[in-house]
Write a protein that binds this ligand. Structure first.
Ligand SMILES: [Zn+2]
Length: 108
């Protein structure tokens, strides 16, 4: 299920070759709540409407889980490091590969 993260659009009139042109500038909402699923958003880098590509990366929360488990269960401390659910979800633009958002595992 995709959440449409497109915010209000801002219109701006510019004069180009003596013709008034109305530009619609997509505005990214300030507080998109990214999940682990791809989102449809405007990329601030290339200004395309894109569906984000989600890449799972090792984050602070995942390392913290491993550290918490380390003194109790030596072998089990690697489990959080191997679990995709414990990773941070990084949303990338498929066009320009810029990071457009992130869902951290524990730390926001
Ligand atoms: Zn982009």
């Amino acid at each position: 299920m995709n959440h449409l993260g497109v915010g209000q659009q801002q219109k701006k009139t510019v004069v180009c070759n003596n013709t008034e042109v109305q530009l619609v500038i997509p505005q990214q909402p300030q507080n998109i709540q990214y999940t682990r699923q791809p989102h449809v958003v405007y990329c601030a880098n290339c200004n395309n409407q894109i569906q984000t590509h989600v890449q799972l990366k090792i984050g602070k929360g995942q390392l913290m889980m491993a550290l918490i488990m380390l003194p109790k269960l030596l072998c089990a401390c690697v489990i959080p490091l191997l679990m995709d659910d414990c990773r941070d979800a990084v949303h990338l633009c498929p066009v320009c590969k810029a990071e457009v958002g992130r869902k951290n595992f524990i730390f926001e």
